[in-house]
Design a protein. Sequence first.
Length: 298
Amino acid sequence: MSLLFIFIDGIGVGENDSLNPLADKELKSFSFFTGKNGFHKECEEVIGDTILFKTIDANLGVKGLPQSGTGQVTLFSGINASELIGKHFGPYPYSSTKPLLVKNSLFKKVIELGKEPHFLNAYPDIFFKNSEVRDRWTSTTLMVRSAGVRLNRIEDIKEGKAITAEIIQNAWRDMLGLDVPKIKPVDASKRALNALRKYDLVLYEYYLTDKAGHEKNREKADFVLKRLDEFLMGIIKKIKPTDTLVITSDHGNLEDLAIKTHTRNPVPLFVKGKVEPFKKVESITGVTPAILEVLIDD
């Protein structure tokens, strides 16, 4: 049994209106869990034997708008980073919260269980150059490096073993001029499923949703959601019954295109597979403990 964790940056549970691109009947992956058009505040919780949809808190008992730095540290450590420093902070991890990712992260704890975690995202050489010069890493890359897990590079993309941040590899070609092949979202789905055969925990991060929310651009939002939806459906259709799929976010944003900031809306939690440990999750602090419970019970 393996677990696939899809982290989608900046998607909250918003109103069922035209300003919310996540409340769309064309988003088959989210509709699979909710039984409605995408997901929104009018959707009821779904708690089945192998399917779960519920909303969970991302405000963490702290005033202000949730941010990626503290939200992701919380999500990947199970410890309330915003409460620890008394504020929300982002987009990078706050200095005093970094030890939570270095010593107490999901990846570290999975390794302590005697199991093997893997991060699907790949990064171009320019990312490593800039991050090393500034010594500034994102929450996920700091967690992965600190656990001694190798970060994927261009050779892993060419070998079909990793996935770029935008899923279909277009940015690497168009913006960086790198020689990588064109792929479809379903091809990326196959890479994720192949990784599940080798590793106990597989993580993939998709951040373009948060970027589209900040831009307040419906066309851009629909574009990044369409490829994400196709990617997710490829997984939902083919994932083994013995494996578990978990999808959640760090804070709201894209669900309200009337504003360019994050929101205080709850975020969705979708699970296909072993749902029992996730029934008690009430905030993003509970996601990592629930994932570990699934892996411990294996």
